[in-house]
Design a protein around this ligand. Sequence first.
Ligand code: ATP
Ligand code: MG
Length: 670
Amino acid sequence: MSNNHVEVHEANGAAFRYAPDHFFKSQPSASYIANEEQYRQMYDQSINDPETFYGNLAKEYLHWDKPFAKVKSGSLEKGDIAWFLQGELNACYNCVDRHAFANPNKVALISEPDEESEAYSITFQELLEKVCKVAGVLQSWGVKKGDTVAVYLPMTPEAVIAMLAIARIGAVHSVVFAGFSAGSLKDRVVDAGCKVVITCDEAKRGGKTINTKKIVDEGLNGVQSVSHILVFKRTGNPAVNMTPGRDFYWDEACAHQRSYIPCVSTNAEDPLFLLYTSGSTGQPKGVVHTVGGYLLNSALSTRFVFDLHPEDVFFTAGDVGWITGHTYALYGPLSLGTATIIFESTPAYPDYGRYWRIVSKWKATHFYVAPTAMRLIKKVGEQEIDKYDISSLRVLGSVGEPIQPDLWEWYNEKIGHNNCCIVDTYWQTESGAHLITPLAGVFPTKAGAASLPFFGIAPAIIDPNTGKELEGNDVSGVLAVKSTWPSMARSVFNDHQRYIDTYLKPFAGYYFTGDNAARDNDGYYWIRGRADDVVNVSGHRLSTNEIETVLDEHDGVSECACIGVNDDLTGQAVIAFLSLKEGACDISDEHVFMGFKKSLVMEVRGSIGPFASPKAIIVVDDLPKTRSGKIMRRVLRKIASNEAEQIGDLSTMANAECIPRILSAVDNQF
Ligand code: ATP
Ligand code: MG
């Protein structure tokens, strides 16, 4: 393949990168959307005539047991949004049965367990049988439509099977990321009133064994609502505790079940699942998604954003414990009848070649990962990439945090070999599917920009001080959406008022994303971090993300996070926390370190202005992160403001052990 990226023109200092016409000529099938003009036509219809647009696509993409009577109703003012009213369908039928009937031997799931040599795949027919058996077990335990079942499993096919089995009988899944502690599991099981928990005996990750069932037992101690626990034998350790009458092994329970049971029809507006947000900005919210709209947008975004074809192999490296795993490891690819890779391990196990061996072994066409994983590979694993043939890749996705332009370029060159489309997909747990994103190969993209809105999304940039929408291009502010879309969250579980207060009240008539964004002079959107992460230095208001972007481009910097602290002189001042690339700078040599810091400050002064210069640059070995890999700036803000005792909810933090080290780094600084 030749290099297909042509620089079209410069805008806002960022070159358009263009996937030209010949891109898809070398692909197995034609692109689903021919060109930018077709995107614009479809987009306009999705906004101006959603009834026709979504009415047609819902019939084309989903199987309905009973047709819907009305495409949409409700408003952002009232928070009573509903889609596909009176329609009935089953999510599992749409993801499994219809493909098993049409193509029983087609691969549905590819399992890449922790132990590399034990990889395998299962077909749609096999998936159907496995799902039915678990669904039968749940029914035999009295689980009915509308009941909530918790899934606390690592990234194994069983997690997907469990979710689909729950959906098959019309119940509601609540997946709890298997890295959460007993206490966090308990909070979520109690909040959702789960009747059953599906888990495993032990988990394997990066060669280590995790005593999952023990954590579950601890978490469920005293929890009355749970009558049964289904335990998948991941390791088969006979020493694992099983409580008679409550705990049953997966294989033994399934042995008594039929390999086909029918699906239970659900209303389009029945809940499909609840899922907690990552907890980057505060206490996680239990977001509720409904069957019809969620499933449709999962299918549409997977199809159009990734240009996913039935013969493709999709590799989402994220966990089903997060929304990316729900929509793009499970519901999106499977609703389209496409194979999806379920990866249990880490990018570093047994070495940094793991992702690329998976791509080359299964000829993955799509790879979707968070910037944090790419930064890790760029920092320590780059030498592994070229050892593998990853030329099957066609589309590379990024999700979870803003991707810095230089990391985008690196992704494009090192992984994509300038032959792939890069899609920087901006969205949230609450949006269910992409909000602002390139469509692979359809329109030009810019390094670091989420680019243009997905169908049905009418973005608005709002001035946070006046609450007024900013019209036209070249504007920045907070990002809201002034349309409703099929997969938007309908509620916060058991707390509809929190839903209204968090998303709909801040700006009446808009859905508030909680993020900052800019619309450049081409109408492209740039996500600029969280609305909370804004500093006001001597009257200059700027997103800390802009400063981070400059610092991240410095050769020595591996990761960075900037926050604002109060300052007597300037109102607020910027503090930068950095982790460095190996060998970047000897920080024990004060002279060298001073020079290094000075070079960073000069970069910021030159790129943004002297007012944006960090007042302090603090080097740490690790930044605080959520379990989904996002930097927790709120933790840094509390530490730097001497308010560590009010640090807030840390249940979603992955690396709490770094806090004392950051505290002492801050103490040494001031
Ligand atoms: P909480 O809502 O509990 O604070 P969270 O917002 O991190 O946690 P998620 O729903 O997992 O929970 O993450 C969504 C957020 O991630 C978005 O609001 C945005 O801030 C960020 N994000 C996701 N994708 C992108 C992207 N491509 N570019 C920039 N930011 C992104
Ligand atoms: Mg959020």
